[in-house]
Design a binder for this molecule. Structure first.
Ligand code: MRU
Length: 335
């Protein structure tokens, strides 16, 4: 059965708390939009498309919490939700889409607006399921029987409303009967690869081997990797792609070893308003994630820490983009 990381439940949402995985599978029901913002910030719900879906539901919840419709307050609430995390453009995209829907409707009754927002949030959620399915189909066409794929972070059902993006391609290839194996980067510092991807792939019965991030180069040198599949949080107009910190290093290594490097993402992750990677805001997170990540102090208490959550892979290191509309060539010369 496919994991569902987020679901509408009445006038609230049910989230699979991703901070508790893989040891505990705990769902939380939230009915206050402020709790959804906290859940996004804490990475209880994470992954660009899933953040967008959660944000959309949060705006519907926020509107439902108002006794009357006030345009200024509505825009403030939208802005508050949009600022939960800065890098994944799906968050801003989803909120802008909902705001545009309300403005176009010219409605002013709070009930009409709230129901319109719930409806549109559900459309975004359903649509993402279909986008993932298509990305899966296109992505699987790039996977051969016997391939060994390296992936970074988590881009599966946990990160989306459907089967995932980069992992969606892997799931689809597996379903098509291709024998594939996956190396999952652990993905320091928050271990999305270890805690989430390894867990998801195990649940799906896919052959997965967990490695720490610094092992990828050696595996490539040993010719153990056929291709790399990753997701994205924002793809700028020139094709530069922001994704989980460490993705850039994988892309450099892949180029050095002539291994195809694919970025899989739905249209909602492509941001033509951002000209290039340098204009993408990179979220910086707290020192505690590195000094005291999972309950054990592993660095001196007051050491200075730099903790960017994402990096940018320039378009010329990307072999191709797997989108819901097909495969777009990247800027890297084919092997
Ligand atoms: O900080 P996270 O866990 O939200 O980062 C997630 C990623 O970087 C994913 O690779 C990206 O959002 C694509 S998810 C389909």
């Amino acid at each position: 059965m496919q994991i569902q990381s987020i679901a509408r439940v009445g006038d609230g949402v049910r989230l699979l708390d991703q901070t508790r995985l893989p040891t505990e599978v705990i769902y939380r029901e939230l009915t206050d939009y402020r709790d959804v913002i906290v859940a996004i910030k804490r990475l209880e719900v994470r992954g660009a498309p899933a953040i967008g879906i959660a944000a959309a539901y949060a705006l519907a919840m926020a509107a439902g919490q108002q006794s009357k419709y006030n345009r200024e307050i509505f825009h403030q609430l939208a802005g508050e939700i949009k600022s939960a995390r800065p890098t994944a453009v799906n968050l801003m995209w989803a909120i802008d889409r909902l705001v545009a829907k309300v403005e176009a409707s010219k409605a002013s009754s709070p009930e009409t607006i709230t129901s319109l927002l719930w409806k549109e949030a559900e459309v975004i959620h359903d649509e993402d399921r279909e986008l993932c399915r298509r990305i899966g189909e296109y992505g699987a066409s790039l996977i051969n029987d016997g391939d060994i794929i390296l992936t970074h972070c988590n881009t599966g059902a946990l990160a989306t409303g459907g089967i995932g993006t980069a992992l969606g391609a892997i799931y689809t290839a597996h379903e098509q009967g291709k024998r594939i194996a996956v190396y999952a980067d652990e993905t320091r510092p928050l271990l999305q690869g270890a805690r989430l991807t390894a867990w998801e792939l195990q649940q799906a019965g896919i052959d997965v081997t967990l490695i720490s991030d610094n092992m990828a180069g050696m595996l490539m040198k040993q010719k153990k990797i056929s291709s790399c599949f990753v997701g994205a949080d924002r793809i700028a107009k020139n094709g530069d792609a922001a994704n989980k910190i460490g993705t850039y290093s994988v892309a450099v290594l892949a180029a050095h070893h002539n291994i195809p490097f694919y970025v899989a993402a739905p249209y909602s992750t492509f941001d033509d308003n951002t000209p290039d990677g340098a204009a993408i805001i990179i979220e910086e997170r707290g020192a505690g994630e590195i000094i005291n990540g999972f309950g054990r102090q592993t660095a001196p208490e007051n050491v200075r820490v730099y903790n960017p959550a994402f990096d940018v892979t320039p378009f010329d290191l990307i072999t191709g983009y797997i989108t819901d509309r097909g495969i777009r060539p990247g800027g890297r010369e084919p092997e």
